[in-house]
Design a protein around this ligand. Sequence first.
Ligand code: NAD
Length: 692
Amino acid sequence: MPDRPRVLMCEPTYFGVEYVINPWMHGNVGNVSPDRANAQWQDLKALIERVADVELITPGPGLPDMCFTANGGMVFGSRFVPARFSVTQRKPESDLHRQWFAGAEVEVVELPSQSAFEGEGDALWWPGPNSAPLLWAGYGVRSDLEAHRDLAEAIRIEVVSLRLVDERFYHLDTCFLPLPDGRLMYFRDAFDQYSLAEIEKQTAPEQRLEIAAEDALRFACNAVRIGRTMIMNDASAELRARLEGWGYQTHTTPLDEFLKAGGAAKCLTLLLEQDGYSTEIESAPSPIRTTTVSMRGHLLEGNKLNAALEVIAGFGGSFEVEQLRAGERQDQTSDARIRIAATSEDRLRNILASMQGFSIEEVDPARDVVLRSVERAGVAPDDFYCSTIYRTEVFNNGRWHPVENQRMDGVIVLEPEGQGARCVLIRDLALADRVVCSGEGVRVHTPDLRKADREFRFMSSGVSSERRTEGQINEVALEMKRIRARGGKIVVVAGPVVIHTGGGPHLAEFIREGYVNALLSGNALPVHDIETNLFGTSLGVDLARGVGVHGGHQHHLRAINAVRKAGSIEAAVREGVVTAGVMYECVHADVPYVLAGSIRDDGPLPDTLMDLKVAQEAYAAAIRNADMILMLSSMLHAIGTGNMTPAGPHLVCVDISPAVVTKLADRGSVESTGIVTDVGLFLNVLARHLCV
Ligand code: NAD
């Protein structure tokens, strides 16, 4: 390492706690002082600049955690491996890091698989001299074990995998600090027994500094070490004395604003040179092994599936539930296909032996898919494989093909060689299309069920339900601000209750303020929105006074007639017939809207699509690449949209009926939020948070 090494930092311009992705954030949403955070960051930077050169990456709007540069990736010599974040909220940071490193003429090396890898947060080089040339890597909370194998193979480096078992120490750099001369400092309770044995195998007792919980919780391990200087948030006098005994000068600088988000000194820096790293290192192939097992039975009864997953974790393994088909009735069995990774062949065999009680069977996932040709257009072969919302790959001719246009309740068609695979609806199947049948050779990437469970626990704290709703709405507002700031996409799906409950002006304001990128609805919302503009009523009820007006029942028909006379909603707005409201703002802000017809419709408005196939296609096109879909009190359109949405966008469903909310939140995705409340009230509170 040169005399003055370089580190990458990012000003905390947009820093804040705006979501909950680790236990530290819980209770701290909206609770950060930007001035204090900035002052603390400047103090840290000044301390680092005494011993290193700091380079800066420009922060991205809407990315409140981007100041934690350690998670953006990792530098190995002249190469940079960008992170593949496990949490949706941080995924856009990776591209900004890629651009920065490409601009700095550093070779950007992508990991071959889709496994999560959160950069230096979970990968720490053991610095020289006199340390074995290896990378300590964490898994179990954020990064995947399989990413360690990717790293070992892509960078040709020896990786020692350590499993994290305490969610407060969700990244390796929060509880582990490798030091030169084969030493390290760590917090024992953050690791499983196998990882502790690995640490003990690699180091002699006098080379290990075990820290107390009190220091671990102050993020003492999350220190920046450059040469003999160590900079950290805080440490006990005892720990400082021990480090000084090893020849380090310790400096503490308060970073408690960043601790609210679960980060401190190390998280705020990314090393641009690894002390002692050399491309000359010859490494053995990665010992990490994987296999796939199938499991069948009453898996959901008595939490049998969870118990099996606990066995894997208990032996230090990691897993991905690739497929889960739940029995729909009590007498029906369920089946699951689980991909297991372990740190060695022996460990993998131990896991499999301990799982025999669960009637598992090892399967070869890499068997070609079964393909059958369509014999009648619009009709699938009898045993067609039915698609889910999750990212899916199909195996054929020796490789996995990612499936495009992922959605549930579709079929998968494998195109001629080299053209990939795609999801289509049965009605769109053409003669001779090759349809994937049976489920053999299909790999589905479902979210980690236990991670989903953890997210749920963060959200369901002991606060009263009104406070919880208020908190949830605040989080939705913060996320909408972030998405708007980074130029993302928010789609609103809304029913006429929005207008009846007096929420129309708020929705109109969100459109005007640039928070809505597409509006999906039916005939009724625009009808009552325009009725309100023309007559001050919604379904004949005076919205200002909350009482029905004489002759009001005709108002919506007169509104429809006025639009029909103009020819379209847009024409009615441009001609000055419609002068305010949701549709008025859409026309003025150029926000596309799709209105899907139904049998209930009066009129309909000229813009309402009465051909349902056309309407479904227009909806599907409108939700493509959405970051958030906000569903407001329309069971019909919310469920219709949910059925065509792949996993990925954050679905927020607001309805007064718990059944509707549960139906949407039950898609098994961590990215769903259900809010049971009056939609008028919801929009009112959202406007308070959003439009101040
Ligand atoms: P829906 O029954 O599918 O959904 C209404 C939802 O609103 C329900 O889930 C209900 O629980 C919820 N809800 C009721 N009061 C609420 C409140 N105060 N706060 C929050 N949620 C509340 O009906 P929809 O989506 O309104 O209409 C279905 C279809 O019928 C649409 O295509 C619509 O355009 C059409 N429609 C047409 C007309 C017309 O043309 N005049 C009138 C009504 C509906």
